[in-house]
Design a binder for this molecule. Structure first.
Ligand code: BES
Ligand code: ZN
Ligand code: ZN
Length: 480
């Protein structure tokens, strides 16, 4: 992953592979003529006409004696989603390492720059590590030539847009890495490598010994079938002037085979993605620390594989979690809630103002909301609204699902404090949250079930096929 470099100039031209012109659709005639000259324009008349259709549109025009021009039009009354789409188109330009971006009509505000730059960076993301023919090329160089904006404010907006994109792309890289390469140990190492040296950020990695000493019975129960040892990564960050303390927990199953309740071919194909919650939580915490955000964060990544073997946890086994509460494991594929039970206990012990957990927890949530919307469940409506609003700002959509008290019986166990599944065929995302709820006490808490949007099956705007990094931008927006 390479995030583009972006510089800002107000005058003159600069050599580039492509000149990008961002135009309000209403101004298309004058702007295009001034860029291309009327002679060339008439040749492209029909194409240019297509650009005025009330949507974001683009056309790449090759010129005989100058670098190509990429015209991107924004509809009148544009919203930030239009800027994001425009940015994705620009980022997506292939074989372009230097591009200049000019804007006609002075309509871009500083806040637009942040969105645009972020989308250019996300749109240019590719994961080519394992393609023998293709190298992960140089990072794009973007030169913004926009008049009438304050230099310092633009530079700050660019930095914010790029920092958030870095976090999303780092999380994408972790998700896209093949599961036998990104073991819990390697995941922890990758986080340490990025976190070391960032000021006010402390990273701790717990190995099996420490995990046993800390009595993390839920995590150990899931790890029992794997030859890979589990890990916990704890990031602690205290920004200057921080008014609130937030605890984050991420599900980090580096591969979910289902365990002895083994998944099908279809179900298992994408299960390297099952650590996307941990990736988003770690990436956003590092980014917030880099940006010196005024907030205190303690973030836990609960890392293990979920594998079948002679030593694996069996359906019917009972785990004793760190909290002392016991869980009867009736389905070894409902392992996320087992590792999160310990993560949430650790989070609660930190005395935070609130707790957020991110997890690719249930297929039921994907059935309910599809692959572009995450579920959010919790014990505090105000907190949930705040998180949903932050998500809207960064195009990470969440939908509030309930945890009704009348369903508490769904996770009753014959022999333990609770069981790790709900009623067959009923409220699967809620059943997961009903169990998690038992570990947060009365601390305000929200659980983000990102099973759907954590990966994308195709390129869609700023989302690329594979890991999406969903949740990282939202956490940065919420906690900045
Ligand atoms: N990691 C899966 C959930 C998942 C499914 C994520 C599809 C992304 C896409 C989770 O560990 C799981 O398998 N959950 C089970 C729970 C069930 C056994 C109660 C599920 O959803 O089927
Ligand atoms: Zn599972
Ligand atoms: Zn899982």
């Amino acid at each position: 992953m390479r995030v583009p470099s972006v510089s800002y100039i107000t005058d003159g031209g600069s050599p580039s592979d492509v000149r990008v012109v961002l135009i309000d659709e209403d101004l298309i005639d004058e702007a295009v003529v001034s860029e291309l000259g009327s002679a060339v324009c008439s040749t492209y008349f029909s194409k240019i006409n297509e650009l005025t259709s009330g949507k974001v549109n683009s056309v790449l025009i090759h010129l005989a004696e100058a670098s190509p021009v990429f015209i991107v039009t924004l509809p009148s009354g544009r919203r930030s989603s239009d800027l994001r789409e425009a940015g994705a188109l620009i980022g997506n330009l292939k074989n372009v390492s230097r591009l200049s971006l000019r804007q006609e009509s002075n309509a871009l505000r500083v806040s637009d720059i942040e969105v645009l730059v972020n989308a250019i960076a996300l749109g240019s993301y590719e994961f080519n590590v394992y393609r023998s023919e293709q190298e992960d090329g140089e990072a794009k160089e973007v030169v913004l030539q926009i008049e009438g904006l304050d230099q310092r404010e633009v530079e700050e907006a660019v930095a914010r847009g790029l920092n958030s994109a870095w976090a999303t792309c780092f999380a994408r890289d972790l998700v896209n890495e093949p599961p036998s390469r990104l073991t819990p140990e390697v995941f922890a190492q990758r986080i340490s490598d990025e976190a070391n040296g960032v000021s006010n950020l402390v990273v701790e990695v717990w190995d099996r010994r420490r995990i046993e000493d800390e009595r993390l019975g839920g995590l150990l129960g899931v790890a029992a079938g794997s030859v890979q040892d589990p890990r916990v990564v704890k990031l602690s960050y205290k920004g200057e002037g921080s008014a609130r303390k937030v605890a984050l927990v991420g599900k980090g199953i580096t591969f979910d085979s289902g365990g002895l309740n083994i998944k099908t071919f279809e179900g298992m194909k994408t299960m390297k993605t099952d650590m996307a919650g941990a990736a988003a939580v770690m990436a956003s915490t590092i980014a917030l620390a880099k940006a010196k955000a005024p907030v205190e964060i303690v973030a836990f990544a609960m890392l293990t594989e979920n594998m079948p073997s002679g030593s694996a946890t069996k359906p019917g086994d009972v785990l004793v979690t760190r909290s002392g509460q016991t869980i009867e494991v009736l389905n070894t594929d409902a392992e996320g809630r087992l590792v999160l039970s310990d993560g949430l206990t650790l989070a609660r012990e930190e005395g935070p103002d609130y707790i957020l957990d991110l997890a690719t927890l249930t297929g039921a949530c994907v059935v309910a909301l599809g692959d572009e919307i995450a579920g959010i469940l919790g014990n505090n409506d105000e907190l949930i609204s705040e998180v949903i609003e932050a998500g809207k700002k960064v195009d990470e959509e969440l939908w509030h699902l309930p945890i009704p008290a009348r369903y508490r019986s769904h996770i009753k166990s014959e022999i333990a404090d609770m069981r790790n599944i709900g009623e067959t065929g009923q409220a699967g995302a809620t059943a997961g949250a009903l169990l998690l709820e038992r570990f947060v006490g009365d601390v305000p808490w929200a659980h983000l079930d990102i099973a759907g949007p954590s990966r994308s099956s195709s390129n869609k705007g700023v989302r690329k096929v594979g890991g999406t990094g969903f949740g990282a931008a939202l956490l940065i927006e919420l906690l900045s």
